[in-house]
Design a protein around this ligand. Structure first.
Ligand code: G3H
Ligand code: 13P
Ligand code: ZN
Length: 314
């Protein structure tokens, strides 16, 4: 079933201390695989699209793209026996947020974390007003998404990662529904130079202060088996490293409820596509070439549902 407001999914996860996967899509193939995985595990799921995905799906017109993607998600969610929400990932301005809200998205993220604090508060509060009027929830981010190295000084850490006291002030002044605190993850396939490590003390403080559903961005695990397969079939992905499953589990234990994943799906799909192109060189039907990649996405999503503890939580 399509969930009108992502809060319905995340408030439950917050209360019962489990995580729900939020998976990025740009197209039909990723969506079908994600929903199949959620149904097989009887797990709630959040599908999310970036501004780039909206533009891509609308052939350059992000408003049209929002409608195309929302139509597709609602169609596949309708008869799925699990809750499916649609979320705008990293919205940067009111235009994209409004396009998503008008297309019927279940929640929007406003990411003004690169702006000065007062501006972040102002733009987030403004979007919360519009979104709440449409029964849509809002996620915002505090701190910068960068991997934290061991040799980084305390003051550098403070300047980069979420400030728990600021989180309290931010939530009170904006009315935001979910918060993404920067605790040391980053986007993409190269998250850590050394050992994977997150700032759990900061996470615990933010949870204690806000008590709200929290979001982990840059949460892909960058699975070695798919990185290897991609490289075996011609990719050049050297030194890739993600967030291991035990760290994801710990994050959930300390209060993370929405776990954003894009890179893992991209790597798995492309590894299998490279293999299919190699193994079946005479194949000219893209649908047949995409199928192994879709199966790999389904497998990755099912594995993450088990790690996050959302199986059976419908
Ligand atoms: O956080 C970013 C997501 O991975 C989406 O990336 O802007 O390339 O669609 P994108
Ligand atoms: P990954 O690059 O780790 O998949 O992160 C995705 C994300 O945070 C989307 O907002
Ligand atoms: Zn992100």
């Amino acid at each position: 079933m399509y969930v009108k407001n992502t809060k319905e999914i995340l408030d439950k996860a917050n209360k019962d201390y489990y995580g729900v996967g939020a998976f990025n899509i740009n197209n039909l193939e990723f969506l079908q695989a994600i929903i199949e995985a959620a149904v097989e595990k009887m797990s709630p799921v959040i599908v999310e699209t970036s501004e780039g995905a909206m533009s891509y799906a609308g052939n350059g017109d992000f408003r049209r793209g929002a409608r195309v993607l929302a139509g597709m998600v609602m169609e596949f969610a309708e008869d799925a026996p699990v809750p499916v929400a649609l979320h705008l990932d990293h919205g940067h301005d009111i235009e994209h947020a409004m396009a998503a809200i008008q297309a019927g998205y279940s929640s929007v993220m406003i990411d003004a974390s690169a702006k000065p604090y007062e501006e972040n508060v102002k733009i987030t509060a403004e979007i919360v007003r519009f979104a709440h009027a449409a029964n849509t929830s809002v996620e915002a981010e505090l701190g910068k998404l960068v991997g934290i190295e061991d040799n980084v000084s305390v003051s550098e850490r403070d300047a980069t990662l979420v400030d728990p006291d600021e989180a309290k002030n931010f939530v009170e002044r904006t009315g935001v529904d979910f918060l993404a605190p920067a605790i040391g993850t980053s986007h993409g396939a190269f998250k850590f130079k050394g050992e994977a490590k997150l700032d759990f003390d900061r996470l615990k403080k933010v949870k204690q202060i806000t008590k709200m559903p929290l979001v982990l961005h840059g949460a892909s695990s960058v699975l070695p088996r798919y990185v290897k397969e991609a490289n075996d079939y011609g990719a050049k992905i050297e030194g890739a490293k993600g967030v291991p499953y035990d760290i994801l589990k710990e994050s959930v234990k300390y209060g993370i409820n929405k776990i954003n994943t894009d890179t893992d799906l991209r790597v798995a799909f492309l590894a299998e596509l490279r293999k299919a192109l190699h193994d079946d060189a005479s194949q000219i039907d893209p649908r047949k070439l995409f199928k192994p990649g879709m199966n790999a996405i389904k497998e990755v999503v099912m594995e993450r549902i088990d790690v996050l503890g959302s199986a059976g939580k419908c």
